[in-house]
Design a protein around this ligand. Structure first.
Ligand code: SF4
Length: 704
């Protein structure tokens, strides 16, 4: 009798919490997935998405199976061999690069790519094609946090670990709804508070959510006023004497200018600007000031903003003036939306980054990477960011784009412009697992990729924890792992350095390139990861000791070794409401869907939670519009229209409406796509879009 297949440890491929799972291959080629009780992140627990992970793997009805290509824009796509697809693509890319230069082509990838995949795309684009035109959908997600960390701490380094949750006694959760979007972490917070009633939770959110339901104080802030609020908290902390003077004097710089800035506005004035009670600001400051361990958690409410970097810096300032960093239970914990956004940042997978936190502007850093790769010179000029790529396609600066594992025609802001850009692009390659992304309609070449559990590689979660994901089942049809597709393409372009015999060999090269940097993982390999399950970086060769926390010696990665308190002003850059567009629209996630629903949308159990897009609106606003629960509302901005049912809620501020971001084109209609209306305003430094703020008008829909 054959032995039953063992369950194989892996990691959930949805959010950046990075829960451990056990994947069991079944005889029929399917898998079953359960939580891994031995994994330190989740100790066996999974949220609704993780619990249904197997269905997304086992349902292969929507999978791309074979390469397809069209020989000209006027001809239909036809099935071709891998060799034909990649050689034709290489010929087109070579022609554009020769005629228009390396900046005429671009890769737009994803925080879902495995680290090895990121590594080879980055090496190909920056080292061998000679352009920095590689950006990912992490630009839409974490780039403001990346800039904030770099400016304040010297590098993009999350200093805490999840075990700090159980050591903290005050949480500031801002611009995030982890009860829905990072549920397993939130359950740890809930359990900690239940066992320790003295633990305080401050939630800042314009909406009442399942997260704010646990708050000791919910500051229902007016969207866009986060910096004002952070400064008011700082003022109250200073007034109360709840700052760490010794830390500020020895380990930080910039305090005096910051103190003067925050004292320029009274708490009463700040409360008015934020639209909240002054007493709530004072109470939150008192909780933070009394904490032995102060942990902040945030995500898109701060990052996806035209003031995203300022919001991040002003939050980090609260840790720096209180010395709440680099010690147990204390520090900033940015929650990552995608499973491997952190791994992508490690390999330099954004258009302004180099591998291992090296600096693109630094000629020595560029030379070191060039020498390591044996490539041509690396370009100094940053490449196009996510939204810039589509602008460059539209005006013809960019000729070809290769889109990997992401669905920009649902996820980009001002999405109609992106549609127009793809329609005008000379050459579009789409590499994906699914037939669902709207980009396929514009593709000249379609490349089928292997999905989670069909390929091996590594990912890094929000606490710098690197895990190994094994291949458990075969990919369907002729689908290939993304790293293999890229390496085959690089070889078709006759570039050296892409003949890796295994995925492990890619990882080994990546770890060697980190040696001597702050995220040095030169002591790490697949054997260590398989034996230990996962480890946090850094993990240096000869010092095999994972680092749970950074900055425990209070030495930061800045030139002076001191953290920098930036006196950021509360400059408002969003699209302000006016008489024509009087409401503030904010977007976000719902509990059981993930991103653009290409995976979670196939699971009927997950669809039952919220079957359709909706607009959350305060009953007072609904009454003024003559709208009742379930009535169709037309939501208009200066860019487009959405039509969805009204969901009345006293949990949202009057004047503010909320639209889920997951829905795209369904059955030919795109009227529930949030990004028809969102603003194209970007943070000036991080270039992250302002998904959380735009001006809209509402109208009850009446059939013509
Ligand atoms: Fe997966 Fe995130 Fe849920 Fe964990 S919390 S099971 S990583 S979706």
């Amino acid at each position: 009798m054959p032995l039953a297949s063992p369950a194989i440890p892996s990691t959930c491929c949805y959010c950046g919490v990075g829960c451990g799972v056990l994947v069991k291959p079944e005889k029929n080629g399917d898998v079953t997935v359960t939580g891994n009780p031995a994994y330190p992140v989740n100790r066996g627990a999974l949220c609704s998405k993780g619990l249904n992970l197997q269905y997304t793997v086992n349902d292969r009805s929507d999978r791309l199976l074979y390469p397809h290509m069209r020989y000209s824009k006027s001809r239909p796509l036809q099935r071709v061999s891998w060799e034909e697809a990649l050689h034709r693509t290489a010929a087109v890319f070579r022609t554009f690069i020769e005629q228009y230069g390396p900046d005429s082509v671009a890769f737009y990838a994803s925080g879902q790519c495995l680290t090895e995949e990121y590594y080879v795309i980055n090496k190909l684009m920056k080292g061998f094609i000679g352009s920095n035109n590689l950006d990912t959908n992490s630009r839409l997600c974490m780039s403001s946090a990346v800039v904030g960390y770099k400016m304040a701490l010297g590098e993009d380094s999350v200093p805490v670990c999840y075990d700090d949750i159980e050591l903290a006694d005050c949480f500031l959760v801002t611009g995030a709804n982890p009860a829905w979007c990072h549920p397993i972490l939130w359950r740890r917070v809930e359990a900690h508070k239940a066992a320790n009633p003295h633990v305080k939770i401050v939630v800042v959110d314009p909406r009442a959510t399942d997260t704010s339901a646990l708050a000791d104080v919910h500051i229902q802030v007016l969207p866009g006023t986060d910096v004002v609020l952070h400064q008011a908290l700082a003022r109250a902390l200073i007034e109360n004497g709840d700052i760490d003077v010794a830390f500020i004097e020895q380990h930080a710089e910039g305090y005096e200018a910051y103190r003067q800035l925050v004292f320029a506005r009274t708490l009463e004035e700040a409360a008015q600007l934020c639209g909240v009670a002054e007493a709530d600001i004072r109470l939150a400051a008192a909780y933070i000031g009394a904490a032995k361990g102060f942990l902040s958690m945030w995500t898109m409410g701060l990052n996806q903003s035209a003031m995203g970097v300022d919001k991040n810096l002003s939050l980090l300032n609260l840790h720096l003036i209180t010395g709440q960093i680099g010690k147990p239970g204390a520090g900033p914990l940015s929650l990552t939306g995608q499973p491997n956004a952190m791994g992508g940042r490690e390999v330099g997978g954004l258009s302004n980054l180099l591998p291992a936190h090296r600096n693109l502007a630094n000629p020595e850093h560029r030379a070191a990477v060039q020498q390591f790769w044996g490539s041509g010179p690396l370009a100094e000029k940053p490449g196009y960011t996510a939204t810039e790529m589509f602008e460059a396609l539209e005006d013809g600066r960019l000729k070809a784009i290769w889109i990997i594992c992401t669905n920009p025609l649902t996820s980009l802001p001002q999405v109609r412009q992106a549609e127009a850009a793809l329609a005008k692009a000379k050459f579009v390659v789409v590499q994906d697992i699914s037939t669902k992304p709207e980009t396929l309609a514009y593709a000249d070449v379609i490349l089928p990729a292997a999905a989670w559990a069909e390929k091996e590689g590594t990912m890094t979660n929000s606490e710098r924890r690197i895990s190994y994901l094994p291949k458990v089942v075969e990919a369907p049809g002729e689908a290939l792992p993304d790293a293999e597709i890229i390496c085959r393409f690089a070889r078709a372009l006759n570039f050296p350095g892409f003949d890796f015999p295994t995925t492990e060999a890619i990882y080994e090269e990546h770890t060697r390139l980190t040696a001597g940097t702050t995220l040095d993982i030169s002591g790490l390999n697949y054997t260590v990861l398989r034996e230990q399950g996962s480890v946090q970086w850094p993990y240096r060769s000869g010092q095999p000791q994972a680092s749970a926390r950074l900055f425990t010696d209070q030495q930061f990665y800045t030139p002076s070794g001191r953290a920098i308190i930036h006196p950021v002003t509360a400059t408002f850059r969003s699209e302000a409401p006016d008489d024509d567009f009087p409401f503030i629209l904010t977007t976000g996630r719902i509990r059981d869907q993930w991103h653009t629903m290409t995976k979670t949308g196939k699971v009927s159990k997950l669809n039952q939670h919220t079957p359709q897009a909706y607009l959350e609106v305060h009953p007072q606003d609904a009454a003024a519009l003559g709208v009742r629960e379930g009535n169709l509302l037309t939501v208009k901005s200066r860019r487009g229209t959405v039509r969805v049912a009204a969901r009345l809620s006293t949990g949202i501020r009057p004047g503010v409406v909320f639209l889920p971001m997951h829905w795209g084109k369904i059955l030919g209609s795109d009227l529930n796509r949030a990004n028809n209306v969102t603003s194209a305003t970007l943070d000036p430094i991080s270039k992250e879009p302002d998904f959380k703020f735009c001006a809209v008008q509402l109208e009850k829909y009446r059939k013509p």
